[in-house]
Design a protein around this ligand. Structure first.
Ligand code: CP
Length: 358
């Protein structure tokens, strides 16, 4: 296991920037830390004296609690720079006098005083402009040498994808030969990022799984993500297909991951210079959403899976809309294991990127 390639690196587009071998190392380190923690090992030497800054522009339970707990278990310290209580970091052109502060100034200061900056941003704080939040994180990275960690943007949620892979490795011991379906599911909320499905299909094809992406028309993912999935599947020996049929995605699947994400009409799109070239259309978004209420996981779909198949969801779940209670609380569901694994995933990321003594 080579762990010296990680120190100081950013974790923003991690599915694209980290190799398959590096993802395997992160999974191994996370599982090792999890086992050692369960045995009662004191791990506070690993990041003793190091400081993690977090900035949540959106709500969070799992990500917030597991980063804070994780850095504490590793002996470091967590400072929550709550946007609105600090001067909210802003990009040029989006500044408000005495309310915001230019990112270049914020990032250069944090770089002098701490050891990593972790950011969550999508949706309203990113003006629903697709890619705005991802670019914001990259602007932090441009001005800070310490690692910038993506805790979910409008394109990717790589810490979630790592926890998902850890969970799959625990349940099946391998990735090879597994059929994973990432499926859209109905929710009463039409405005959701597509970070989770994009990260999951990229990470799963990278690891060599047979990946099916299932969604109704209008819920297509970023074409660049689809292109990469095809490339990853080819080089890893896995496969990738897209279908528009909910039940079909469950047939023979070892892993199903049905969750809601925003339709293509939720987002505004810009050109390379940041000029808006397509506005969002919430009326159309509501229309395509309501047409597909039947994309809800019930026992009927679960019976179509492989006999050892598991149900995954990143949580929070919209019960009664995305999924029935007897599925998410049923024997195939691994959602609480998956959520717990956020802790171990984040500890591995912080330990490796922040120069931990493992
Ligand atoms: N899955 C996830 O990221 O959960 P939170 O929004 O609670 O952090």
């Amino acid at each position: 296991m080579k762990t010296n390639n990680f120190r100081g690196r950013d974790w923003i587009d991690a599915e694209l920037d980290y190799s398959k071998e590096e993802w395997e190392t992160l999974i191994d380190v996370a599982l090792d830390l999890k086992r050692r923690h369960a045995l009662g090992e004191d791990q506070t030497h690993i990041l003793k004296g190091k400081t993690l800054f977090t900035m949540f522009f959106n709500q969070s339970l799992r990500t917030r609690s597991t980063f804070a707990t994780g850095i504490q278990q590793l002996g470091g310290f967590h400072v929550d720079l709550e946007p609105g209580k600090t001067y909210t970091p802003a990009r040029k052109g989006y500044e408000v006098p005495y309310k915001t502060e230019r990112i270049s100034d914020v990032a250069r200061l944090l770089n002098r005083i701490g050891d990593a900056i972790a950011i969550r941003m999508y949706g309203p704080p990113a003006h629903w402009i697709y890619g705005f939040a991802n670019s914001t994180m990259k602007e932090f990275a441009e001005y800070a040498e310490i690692p910038v960690i993506n805790m979910e943007c409008d394109k990717f949620h790589p810490t979630q994808a790592l926890a998902d892979l850890i969970t799959i490795k625990e349940k099946f011991g391998t990735f090879k030969g597994l059929n994973l379906t990432m499926s859209w599911a109905y929710s009463g909320s039409i405005e959701k990022p597509r970070a989770v499905p994009q990260s999951v299909v990229l990470a799963a094809t990278k690891m060599g799984m047979n990946v099916t992406l299932a969604h109704p028309e209008g819920f297509e993912l970023d074409p660049e993500v689809i292109k990469k999935c095809k490339e990853f599947a080819k080089s890893s020996g896995g496969s990738f297909r897209i279908i528009n049929d909910f039940d079909e995605g469950f047939k023979g699947a070892h892993i199903v991951y049905p969750k809601a994400w925003g339709s293509v009409y939720c987002f505004k799109y810009t050109d390379d210079e940041g000029k808006i070239i397509k506005e969002n259309d919430l009326k159309k978004a509501e229309e395509v959403n309501e047409k597909n209420k039947h994309w809800r996981t019930t026992k009927k779909q679960i019976e179509l899976m492989d006999k050892d198949g598991i149900y995954m969801h990143c949580l929070p779940a919209d019960r009664g809309q995305e999924v029935d209670d007897d599925v998410i609380d049923g024997p195939r569901s691994v959602v609480i294991d998956e959520a717990e694994n956020r802790l171990h995933a984040h500890k591995a990321i912080m330990a490796l990127l922040m120069g931990g003594r493992l």
